[in-house]
Design a protein around this ligand. Structure first.
Ligand code: PLP
Length: 391
């Protein structure tokens, strides 16, 4: 690990996930592992499988995999679709592009709507594409709710309305890997069929768990879906979950952590959690603007509550600034991914996070920009603090 020579204290992990884990979560994870087929585990399993539902805004089942988010992407596709099925995907950034590639690798036909990586999914285009599909060949619409590579949040409720307006029966599959537990989201209310998520961001856990929340329509589709699957197959998992177990060895210790994280989110109240994230995002954007820099996201309706991607002036490389900040202040910021490499840095402000951590983070960014010779106005930190002072 690269650490600043003069730094004691903790590392600032301000990438947009994995996020900082609360001490209480870490302590829970450190407990001795128990028999995953015994009665104590069974109680834990039953508890978690219920307690996880409100975070997704669902009263239906949530399948938990001992895998990173990429696994849950695959699970969503292979459980609902058959070889050659058409899926409608939107290029909003690096992660949507990866999910599309996975769909192609699995033998699906991807209808890709190109994007500029500065805007989310346009609901009008969803309606147009589905209305044009008179044979109803499109079987699923795949959306990344919060594109972690760009800091742009697509409006899922409006996308649902667009699908309804087109009277199209396609399934709605949504990636909430960097929005769950951070940005408002409602699986049931918004008529989502499969919600994909992961443990390492808004849920404040280490990486290693991922999720599929599934609607009744998705469950019905899974009875007919013919893409090959074994580990990802929902059916044996749902059968074992009925008894509080998994068909294989689950991530016992991460489930201990999940139990605590879910309790913390419930105690804070999800509405308050969303408001906290929006407020920190607002303060961060105020800093960026006051520095005279540009937020990558161009539509204020799509600003992300989880992270802010900051565009660098042409002559400067964002990776050099990040390296300086890591070296001097022991803080990690998110890199620009694929075509944004070197062009942006990303400030993660999600998960276990409070005002003074944001002030410290933005202070580190401001000093790092100065040290890197980037011409900024010196008002950023104060602008952010003014937002925070207002309460
Ligand atoms: N989707 C989004 C929006 C993400 O941010 C990520 C990871 O950061 C992924 C998918 C992939 O998840 P994982 O890296 O956990 O496999």
């Amino acid at each position: 690990m690269s650490r600043a020579a003069t730094t004691s204290g903790r590392h600032y992990l301000q990438i947009p996930g994995p996020t900082n884990c609360p001490d209480e979560v870490l302590r829970a994870i450190a407990a001795p592992t128990i028999d995953h087929r015994g009665p104590e585990f069974q109680e834990l399993g039953h508890h978690i499988l219920q307690a996880i539902r409100p975070v997704f805004g669902t009263s239906g089942p949530v399948i938990i995999y001992p895998a990173s988010g990429t696994g849950a992407w695959e699970a969503a596709l292979v459980n609902t679709l058959s070889p050659g099925d058409r899926v409608l995907c939107f290029e909003t950034g690096h992660f949507s592009a990866l999910w599309m590639k996975m769909a192609e690798d699995l033998g699906l036909q991807v209808d890709m709507v190109p994007g500029d990586w500065r805007h989310g999914i346009d609901p009008a285009v969803v309606e147009e594409k589905l209305s044009a599909d008179s044979g109803q060949e499109i079987k699923a619409v795949c959306c990344v709710h919060n594109e972690t590579s760009t800091g742009v949040t697509s409006r899922i409720s409006e996308i649902r309305e667009a699908m309804n307006a087109a009277s199209h029966p396609a399934l709605l599959l949504v990636d909430t890997i960097s929005s769950l537990g951070a940005i408002e989201y409602h699986h049931d209310k918004w008529g989502v069929d499969v919600t994909v998520s992961g443990s390492q961001k808004g849920l404040m856990l280490p990486p290693g768990l991922s999720f599929n929340a599934v609607s009744e329509k998705a469950l019905a589709a899974s009875e007919k879906a013919r893409l090959p699957k074994s580990f990802w197959d929902w059916r044996p998992i749902l059968a074992a979950n009925k008894n509080g177990f998994w068909p294989y060895t689950p991530s016992t210790n991460l489930l201990y952590g999940l139990k605590v994280a879910l309790r913390m989110l419930e105690e804070e109240g999800l509405e308050n959690v969303f408001t906290r994230h929006q407020r920190h995002a607002r303060a961060t954007r105020a800093a960026v603007e006051a520095w005279g820099l540009e937020v990558l996201c161009q539509d204020p309706r799509e600003y992300s509550g989880s992270l802010t991607a900051v565009l660098m002036p042409e002559a400067f490389n964002a990776d050099d600034v990040r390296a300086t900040i890591l070296e001097r202040f022991d803080m990690s910021l998110g890199a620009g991914l694929s075509k944004l490499a070197g062009r942006v840095f990303r400030i993660g402000h999600l998960g276990a996070f409070e005002d003074l951590t944001l002030v410290g983070t933005l202070g580190g960014v401001q000093m790092g920009l100065n040290l890197s010779g980037v011409p900024i106005k010196q008002d950023g930190l104060e602008a952010a603090m003014a937002v925070l002072e207002k309460g």
